[in-house]
Design a binder for this molecule. Structure first.
Ligand code: NAD
Length: 272
């Protein structure tokens, strides 16, 4: 496993386990399986309704808490409800702290919402804080007006929508670029993309592995999701090979410069 360092010095696994749309009834067993396979980072959210099951798997794993990195995301707007929501999430997950809490999507009161994250961070309830689905202007507003610089922006990023402008902006500001939907939410077209199939054959890897390596080699944190045991294992096994400069350039050329989902619209390239 490779690690990246956040701007507050906290180390974060370059690859974690996503749990979006994972029914709570199967989350604990899947997260437990992932941790057994040596995943050390798990991504959940208030919105996913499975924080309790993620926390249960973490608590029962037998792995020291400081060896695991647990992310959750707020779905509240404003200071008070966000502060309350963080406490409720901790209680529900039965954890003393989250390693990372991010604002899930822009709210009507980003500064107030973020202030709650800052206070929870200062109180030791969060080891790192950041945002998700924030374009450069919204991130810049926090850099200019908040007390603590965000440490991560988690945004849709995959081979077809590489977010190059945001990547440069985040890099320049020492904020880690984290990808959601690194496999394009399993889009068969991206996983069968002939260029990537060729590169995968060269390395005797799957296309999913090549895509995850492509992103992590560019210092982008990834959190692929799967409930298929073969895929869960495969997705983690990406740190024993390197793509060449030419291969990276070839995959860079697949960028379409926009999302097909277009959510949230504030993340469209024109709004960058
Ligand atoms: P993903 O890109 O991780 O794709 C997941 C799908 O890809 C799976 O359902 C499966 O069908 C397929 N898949 C996974 N591994 C595969 C493999 N090795 N071979 C073939 N197919 C494979 O999409 P995602 O789950 O939407 O995104 C990852 C995580 O990002 C989520 O689970 C969640 O934790 C997070 N997320 C965050 C936001 C946000 O707004 N912050 C939005 C969406 C997702």
């Amino acid at each position: 496993m490779d690690y990246f360092e956040l701007n507050n010095g906290v180390k974060v696994p370059a690859l974690g386990f996503g749990t979006y749309q994972m029914p709570s009834s199967i989350t604990e067993e899947n997260v437990a399986k992932a941790i057994d396979l040596r995943y050390r980072s798990i991504d959940t959210a208030q919105n996913y309704g499975n924080e309790a099951e993620v926390g249960a798997a973490v608590n029962k794993s037998g792995i020291a808490r400081d060896q695991l990195f647990v992310t959750s995301k707020t779905q509240t707007s404003g200071y008070r409800s966000t502060l309350r929501g963080i406490d409720e999430s901790l209680q529900s997950a039965n954890l003393d702290y989250f390693d990372l809490m991010i604002i899930h999507w822009p709210t009507v009161d980003n500064l107030g919402t973020y202030k709650a994250l800052e206070d929870a961070y200062k109180a030791g309830k969060l080891r790192a804080i950041g945002v998700s689905n924030f374009n450069s202007r919204k991130v810049q507003n926090l850099i200019d007006r908040a007390e603590i610089k965000p440490m991560i922006d988690q945004i849709e990023t995959h081979v077809y929508w590489q977010e190059n402008k945001m990547h440069d902006f985040l890099n320049k500001n020492n904020i880690l670029h984290e990808s959601w939907a690194p496999l394009g939410e399993g889009m068969s077209s991206v996983l069968n993309e002939p260029t990537i199939v060729n590169i995968a054959d060269n390395h005797q890897k799957s296309t999913a592995q090549v895509i995850l390596r492509f992103l992590t080699q560019q210092h982008i944190m990834v959190i692929p999701k799967s409930t298929n045991p073969v895929h869960i294992a495969e997705n983690l096994n990406v740190f024993d090979f390197e793509l060449t400069k030419t291969e990276i350039e070839t995959i860079k050329n697949l960028d379409r410069g926009h999302s097909d989902i277009n959510w949230p619209s504030s993340m469209e390239q024109e709004a960058y």
